[in-house]
Design a protein. Structure first.
Length: 202
């Protein structure tokens, strides 16, 4: 029973998409009408301070999901599944018609809960490759934006680092994040193309 509670609680917490909630409350605007509902979309729509706040709140969702699972006393494997559920909740939120963000900030939160050093190294590599991808000769060649592209390098590095340290929970969580973030990144790319083709259509 505790296992099911941990996973459902994590998904429910992940489904609170702060860019949508705060955008509606503070600006009466649904960010999804013109951008993706994550920290990057919040920066582009409402400005950098708002976007940073959204990113931190999304990150804390991941931390909270793992903390609750551990408080319930479930195994490391179930804790990792709860972590993946939090990221999936952010990407496909039940409270917002299953239209969420990319899950990178929430992934960072859950992974940092398993190992801060491994996560910081993975994030650094992801940011490096995101910058490389923005080069004119590379940008747009794949069906995803720069940060998801960078995560394709940062997250596998985290899997290896967790493996080396014997952290099975962290390794499983990072592997799930690769899958969940990758699938959502491709979907978001298609949504972005549709918005550009039909301005004003959510």
């Amino acid at each position: 029973m505790a296992e099911l509670v941990a996973i459902l609680a994590a998904y429910s917490i992940g489904s609170i998409v702060w860019a949508v909630v705060l955008g509606r409350v503070l600006f009466r605007v649904d960010v999804r009408g013109g951008d993706n509902p994550g920290a990057s979309g919040a920066v582009r729509t409402f400005g950098p301070r708002f976007g940073v706040a959204v990113g931190l709140l999304d990150l804390l969702k991941g931390v909270a999901a793992v903390a609750i699972a551990r408080r319930l006393g479930v195994s490391a494997t179930v804790t990792a599944l709860a972590a993946g559920a939090a990221v999936a909740g952010h990407n496909w939120p039940i409270w917002f018609g299953f239209r969420g963000g990319g899950g990178l900030a929430t992934s960072t939160g859950v992974l940092a809960s398993f190992g801060l050093r491994e996560t910081l190294l993975g994030v650094a590599v992801a940011l490096l490759f995101a910058l490389i991808y923005k080069h004119p000769r590379l940008y747009g060649k794949l069906p995803m934006s720069a940060l998801p592209f960078g995560s394709l390098f940062g997250l596998p590095l985290m899997i290896w680092l967790f493996y080396r340290s014997g952290n099975c929970g962290g390794m499983l969580t990072a592997a799930m994040c690769v899958l969940i973030v990758g699938i959502r990144a491709i979907g978001m790319h298609g949504e972005t193309k549709r918005r550009r083709s039909h301005p004003g259509v959510a």
